[in-house]
Design a protein around this ligand. Structure first.
Ligand SMILES: NC(=O)c1ccc[n+]([C@@H]2O[C@H](COP(=O)([O-])OP(=O)(O)OC[C@H]3O[C@@H](n4cnc5c(N)ncnc54)[C@H](O)[C@@H]3O)[C@@H](O)[C@H]2O)c1
Length: 344
């Protein structure tokens, strides 16, 4: 699978030799989560230097960025050299930020090891680190040259990480692809048993759907990319309220249902679609936490970077697989949060 976005070509491959071929005349810094040393087994070559990074959000820091930069300088990395990032979305966000800024950009190859990273964080151009307590506040747009997919990494994931990836996959299906939605409904058991064919099918379809949007609006300039934010306005609020204790994609799945409900309350989304999404999310095994308080939700939404003056752009699901992007008035959103009955 190959995608072209402006000047960037991105190859998505399950062939590890492709990765070795494009890096064979380069020095490579291989970044991996230090608690998953085994990830590097299949990747090490003589021209690779490996470097363990703190796992999860702690690795997405300015301090870690600085340490990686020092490593690149000490090893005399040049413009033609490369970064390979292997891990979940947090490791890949750091790897992308490093690759995009070292000497104004060196080759980046991503090897996602979580379902969420396979369908979302490993491609699409965005990367970021956290700073001053604010998530993803420093970052760039930068594309990897290749994404190497090895589906065997799915086997060792905790169930909550599978559910998190499924949250984003159901978002793509509910907003853009009724056939994918139907496929997941019919094949829930297979997907949750990590049947390779079922997982491959939904991963490749998700990659295709996200790229079809990113191709039309690489940097979120013309509004098309906003569709990828479905579930994220409320999802981000829930992550903040819980101190990031719920995995990202699970927060997005709660957000998808609740946004659909409040937009249906306002007459913009289809109530029967909201019910179907809620049912599917519950069937895959995502359990709801206790209801969030309207005051807390509203507090975080007001500070959301998607809020632009008195409006926020938010996708409304008008039927399964189809959505309209609304310019929703702040007052209407506030009323729906306090009056729709979705919150405590
Ligand atoms: N840049 C983007 O477009 C984008 C999109 C979505 C999310 N993100 C970012 O991605 C991050 C979340 O990514 P994530 O959900 O992959 O979380 P993560 O990277 O924190 O990984 C989750 C957990 O899974 C473990 N893990 C990873 N691979 C494993 C494997 N194969 N087997 C067993 N355990 C494994 C990790 O050690 C970690 O504890 C967030 O920082 C988010 O901001 C970025």
């Amino acid at each position: 699978m190959e995608f072209k976005i402006n000047d960037s070509r991105i190859n998505i491959t399950e062939n590890i030799d492709y990765l070795f071929n494009i890096t064979k005349n380069r020095k490579v810094l291989l970044l991996y989560p230090s608690n998953h040393d085994g990830f590097t087994n299949e990747l090490m070559k003589d021209n690779f230097i490996k470097m363990g990074i703190k796992d999860g959000e702690r690795g997405k820091s300015l301090r870690t960025y600085e340490i990686v930069m020092i490593k690149l300088i000490e090893n005399d990395f040049q413009k033609n050299d490369a970064i390979v990032g292997i891990g979940g979305g947090s490791l890949l966000d750091l790897a992308g930020f490093v690759a995009s800024t070292y000497k104004r950009g060196i080759m980046l190859i991503n090897v996602p090891t979580t379902l969420l990273a396979m369908v979302d964080a490993s491609f699409g151009g965005k990367n970021a680190i956290n700073f001053s307590g604010i998530k993803n506040v420093i970052g760039t747009f930068y594309h990897p040259s290749a994404i190497y997919l090895n589906f065997s990494y799915i086997n060792s994931l905790e169930k909550k990480q599978i559910l998190s990836g499924m949250g984003e996959i159901i978002k793509y299906a509910a907003t853009m692809d009724k056939n994918l939605f139907r496929y997941i409904e019919k094949n829930i058991e297979k997907v949750m048993e990590r049947d390779l064919n079922a997982i491959k099918k939904i991963v490749y379809r998700s990659i295709y759907l996200k790229y079809s949007i990113v191709k039309k609006d690489e940097k979120g300039k013309n509004g098309i990319r906003d569709i990828l934010n479905a579930g994220h306005t409320l999802g981000h609020a829930y992550e903040s309220i819980t101190g990031y204790r719920i995995p990202h994609g699970i927060a997005v799945s709660y957000g998808l249902v609740d946004e659909c409900n409040i937009l249906s309350y306002l007459g913009y989304a289809d109530n029967s679609a909201c019910m179907k999404i809620k049912e599917l999310i519950s069937k895959i095994g995502i359990k709801r936490m206790k209801r969030f308080r309207a005051e807390s939700v509203w507090y975080y939404i007001q500070n959301d970077k998607k809020m632009d003056g008195d409006y926020i752009r938010i996708p409304a699901i008008v039927e399964i697989g189809r959505s309209d992007i609304l310019n929703l008035n702040r007052g209407d959103l506030r009323n729906a949060i306090f009056e729709s009955g979705s919150f405590g």
